[in-house]
Write a protein that binds this ligand. Structure first.
Ligand SMILES: Cc1cc2nc3c(=O)[nH]c(=O)nc-3n(C[C@H](O)[C@H](O)[C@H](O)COP(=O)(O)OP(=O)(O)OC[C@H]3O[C@@H](n4cnc5c(N)ncnc54)[C@H](O)[C@@H]3O)c2cc1C
Length: 386
């Protein structure tokens, strides 16, 4: 039996960011990851965008709270910048005037630089777009590309340097509670024990809860598809912004000389090694060809990943109210990369019984907003008791 102060289940961006900040606080931490490599699931399948105007309120705050780590990571964390300029443009069609106006007003109210664009300006920025279909757009120039691999492996490398241990092919199968410790048994019958376990198993967090005799919080994994598309010779998309339609039916983004295209699908599914459906790939290509001049003969490689949400759309970071030492770190939805530094630090502070870091407090980040006991997280229970 190997023991530690804290065992983290899941070596994706959530688990590794928390592991890094906990190790910094001098804790002996073990991360158990089922796959051969950390990052095989959602973390390795994202669109890698950082936007401070994207997502629900608590996500936007966590993204802003992560900015300084991204821009000035600790010495030697990576050998090149984690964020690079990209910009994000959201375009509206006739009938979407109100939504477009709201996007501009809300973004500015949050202190972001969001600029209104005419159809002609959209065409200047993204020349393949059929501007006749759009009434205008909103540009967030400060949105960035995230080097997800550099971020994830920065956490991993530095965690290991602080004597943190990651054990891959460690499929957590059984979780028992003794008086003081949790005892984890993997499917290969290895055993680990610690007074605190962190459930950072992404789409599988409810399964981990059930194994530990903890009431699940009702996570819903949603499939999202991406497909690569070649650009015709002579088109250089390097400087194009990420482009999305306001109805959230399509986004595309330059990626190493090609376009990453998504139909922005969000199909509820079970936790699994999710694969793309041909129909979703076809929808992505069809929507792309409908609003641009591109003709796509044969799409390139495609993949799908899971974005996992709780009922109210907000993430959870907090101790389970009924089971001592069981910490939830889950439900980051489509924003787990851009919020990882702040979410990891917040979790480490809560697990160590410390106060919320001053910078996060200033942004209005509270324990209540991320609590597994907040109203609305379990709608059926809240309704039944109110
Ligand atoms: C197509 C797509 C686009 C996205 N775009 C963006 C974006 O632009 N910006 C952004 O910020 N976010 C984006 N996201 C969301 C982001 O990828 C996720 O929020 C984030 O990766 C979640 O990280 P995680 O560590 O919680 O989950 P995961 O990366 O899935 O990690 C969970 C880990 O737990 C492990 N695990 C599960 N069960 C067990 C077990 N029993 N024993 C041991 N280990 C176990 C799994 O193997 C897995 O490695 C996108 C997601 C998708 C799918």
């Amino acid at each position: 039996m190997t023991s530690a102060d804290i065992i983290i289940i899941g070596g994706g961006i959530a688990g590794m960011s928390a592991a890094y900040f906990l190790a910094q606080k001098g804790k002996k931490v073990i991360v158990l990851e089922r796959e051969d490599q950390p990052g095989y699931h959602s973390t390795g399948r994202s669109a890698a965008l950082y936007s401070e105007t994207y997502g629900p309120k608590i996500i936007r705050k966590m993204s802003t709270a992560s900015r300084s780590f991204f821009l000035t990571p600790p010495e030697g964390f990576t050998d090149h910048p984690i964020l690079t300029p990209r910009g994000m443009m959201i375009a509206g069609m006739p009938g979407e005037e109100k939504e477009l106006q709201e996007l501009l007003t809300e973004g500015r109210a949050n202190g972001a630089d969001v600029q209104a664009l005419s159809p002609a300006q959209i065409g200047e920025l993204i020349p393949i777009i059929d501007t006749t279909q759009f009434i205008g757009g909103a540009l967030e120039p400060a949105a960035m590309d995230i080097d997800v691999h550099a971020l994830h492996w920065g956490f991993i490398r530095h965690f290991k340097q602080m004597n943190g241990e990651i054990i891959t092919r460690a499929d957590v199968a059984k979780i028992d509670k003794t008086d003081e410790n949790w005892v984890i048994t993997t499917s290969r019958n290895d055993q680990f024990s610690a007074p605190v376990i962190v459930n950072a198993a992404g789409a599988w967090v409810d399964e981990i809860a059930k194994a530990a005799n903890v009431t699940p919080l009702g996570i819903t994994p949603k499939r999202r598809t991406a497909v690569m598309v070649d650009l015709p010779a002579g088109i250089n998309a390097e400087k194009w912004h990420m482009t999305a339609t306001i109805d959230e039916g399509l986004y595309f983004k330059p990626d190493a000389g090609r376009l990453l295209v998504s139909p922005a699908d969000a199909t509820p599914t079970t936790p699994q090694d999710v694969q793309p459906e041909e129909l979703d790939v076809a929808i992505a290509i069809d929507r792309l060809m409908t609003v641009t001049s591109l003709k796509v003969g044969r799409p390139g490689e495609s993949w799908a990943g899971l974005r996992s949400f709780f009922a109210d759309g907000d993430p959870v970071s907090g101790f389970d109210p009924a089971q001592n030492g069981f910490y939830w770190l889950a439900g980051q939805g489509g924003y787990g990369i851009q919020t990882a530094p702040a979410m990891g630090e917040f979790a480490a502070c809560m697990i160590c019984g410390e106060d919320i870091p001053a910078g996060m407090k200033k942004l209005g980040i509270t324990q209540e907003a991320l609590s597994p006991t907040r109203p609305g997280l379990l709608p059926e229970i809240t309704e039944a008791t109110s």
